[in-house]
Design a protein around this ligand. Structure first.
Ligand code: ADP
Length: 517
């Protein structure tokens, strides 16, 4: 019934879950790193390719323009004058060749043109910047055909070196990368496309330097992307490492908390069992006590001293036991305090009226210092019980002589009851343990007096402090919040000991002492 085992979150497979989420986070991070790396590599290739394309387009545009210009110059400055002078064009004639050569060279002067050839319809080299090639066949590129039909072909790059070989063959020889344009030569100045094709112009430019620049740019982008990826990778690794450490620490903390929770739950259910047993014991114990008292009275008249002593022992022990049971139940099942206006001075006077006989018998003088009525909101019976425990502890500490000084005052808008006795004071070695339940140094103590005091005062929003003042003895300070409004005391309601209620809560079953009973 009481041993109900509660399933707590994260219990049992908690560490497995943490471990799983940890490895999940790690896998996810590695995957995202891979994605970042691939994306940045792809992006870098795309950007660098775009740059290369742009540069090549510019080169191609320039080459086509040059080819067109050559077509014009050749037509105007060579073809027309030659036909007018010689009636026909025959480049094998040295004069004609030299005229064409001077026109061509004047156009390409200073430009990065590696070679220039003109092919006739039989694909024989009609003109070349290299005079040795003139009249040779078989030098024309294979794809030259459409150019003879007047088609403008896209310039092409001729690479002697593969891109991956560039770093190995560095620095590259001139002519490693060339741009070739095949341009149909037409018989008009503006190559409008309507005039007939006379031959094909092959223009070869050395673009090695520009091409290498593009390759360097391309490599720089890839290297930069790789570098930034590596930096990001390292940073993420550090973050993952740290997160792992934090998670591990939290996991350990959670496991520890789970263990603590389980043991607290066990204690709580054990406390419930003990409280219900104590509750069951209380009634039969009351019957034993009252029966022993009755038998004691009867035995007193029969002058059987032995029986009277035995009955007295039964009575004393059952009284002590019921005090322990009551204390335990008060502590284990604290009741919710009421919120009535309570005059603390009146409560103290009521307690003193009840205990003054015991104090006088032990030669203990009580000194009261009240600044006036102190009103708090709370439960009069519970407050009576708490202060009564403090007074009784003071009396027990002083043994058979001393002074109990009770001061009630207002400090920082709080009611402060300071109870100082002239006993030995709190033992500094154990003062930290005195609020622990069942901690006692007394032979017949229950160790529940101070825990009950604290539980009652804290349930009123107050606090309790234990200290040893320099003047000697022990001091207990009970601090309670004042009632928001201090009620007006009607004439005659008085706060003196004379008005103390003889039917005090302690007399109604509070934490009695043997002598108070
Ligand atoms: P109990 O009185 O049953 O021992 P308490 O919780 O009231 O239980 O007190 C716990 C312990 O605190 C006592 O056993 C005692 O050692 C110490 N104590 C309490 N009041 C005083 C005091 N006025 N002077 C010295 N020690 C005290």
């Amino acid at each position: 019934m009481f041993g109900r085992k509660k399933e707590t979150p994260g219990q049992g497979n908690g560490s497995d879950e943490h471990g799983l989420s940890l490895s999940y986070a790690r896998t996810l991070s590695w995957l995202s790193l891979l994605v970042v790396l691939l994306t940045s590599l792809g992006l870098s290739f795309f950007i660098s390719n775009q740059a290369r394309q742009t540069l090549m387009e510019r080169q191609e545009g320039f080459a086509l323009l040059l080819a067109q210009n050559l077509n014009n110059q050749i037509f105007q400055r060579f073809a027309v004058p030659t036909i007018l002078t010689y009636g026909h064009i025959a480049l094998r004639q040295e004069q004609q060749y030299e005229r064409l050569d001077s026109v061509v060279r004047s156009v390409i002067e200073g430009l990065p043109v590696a070679r220039l050839r003109v092919y006739d319809f039989s694909r024989v080299v009609a003109y070349s910047t290299d005079a040795k090639e003139i009249g040779r066949k078989g030098l024309a590129p294979l794809n030259i055909g459409p150019a003879f039909q007047g088609e403008l072909l896209k310039p092409e790059i001729i690479a002697r070196v593969k891109v991956w070989q560039v770093p190995l063959l560095w620095p590259l020889e001139p002519g490693s990368y060339r741009l070739r344009v095949l341009y149909p030569l037409r018989g008009d100045a503006y190559s409008t496309g309507s005039s007939p094709v006379l031959g094909v112009l092959e223009l070869t430019q050395d673009i090695t330097a520009d091409y290498v620049q593009v390759l360097i740019f391309q490599a720089a982008i890839v290297v930069m992307c790789l570098l930034s990826s590596v930096i990001m990778f390292t940073l993420l690794l550090i973050i993952i490492h740290r997160a792992e450490r934090v998670l591990k620490w939290r996991m350990q903390k959670n496991i520890q908390l789970e263990k603590e929770l389980q043991s607290t739950e066990r204690l709580v259910s054990m406390g419930r069992v003990v409280a219900s047993i104590a509750h069951e014991i209380r009634n039969p114990l009351g019957i034993i006590r009252s029966t022993a008292e009755l038998l004691q009275r009867r035995a007193a008249s029969s002058s059987d001293k032995g029986t009277t002593r035995l009955l007295q022992a039964i009575y004393d022990e059952s009284l002590r036991l019921s005090q322990t049971v009551n204390d335990f139940l008060d502590y284990a099942r604290p009741r919710q305090p009421r919120q009535d206006p309570v005059d603390l001075e009146l409560v103290i006077n009521q307690i003193l009226a009840f205990v003054e006989g015991d104090f006088a018998r032990d030669h203990i003088v009580i000194e009261k210092h009240f600044q006036g009525p102190l009103w708090v909101l709370g439960d009069k019976d519970l407050l009576y019980r708490a202060l009564y425990n403090v007074f009784v502890n003071g009396r027990q500490a002083m043994k058979n002589e001393g002074t109990l000084d009770i001061r009630a005052s207002v400090r920082e808008e709080k009611a402060v009851i300071a109870v100082t006795d002239s006993g030995p004071g709190f033992d500094p070695d154990i003062i930290d343990k005195l609020f622990e339940p069942f901690f006692t140094t007394k032979e017949a103590g229950t160790g529940l007096g101070l825990p009950i005091v604290r539980s009652i005062i804290e349930s009123h929003g107050g606090s309790v402090r234990l200290m040893n003042p320099e003047s000697g003895g022990a001091r207990v300070e009970v601090i309670l919040p004042l009632a928001p409004q201090q009620p007006i005391v009607e004439n005659g309601s008085g706060t003196g000991a004379g008005n103390a209620d003889a039917e005090s809560p302690a007399a109604q079953g509070g934490r009695d002492e043997h002598s108070a009973a």
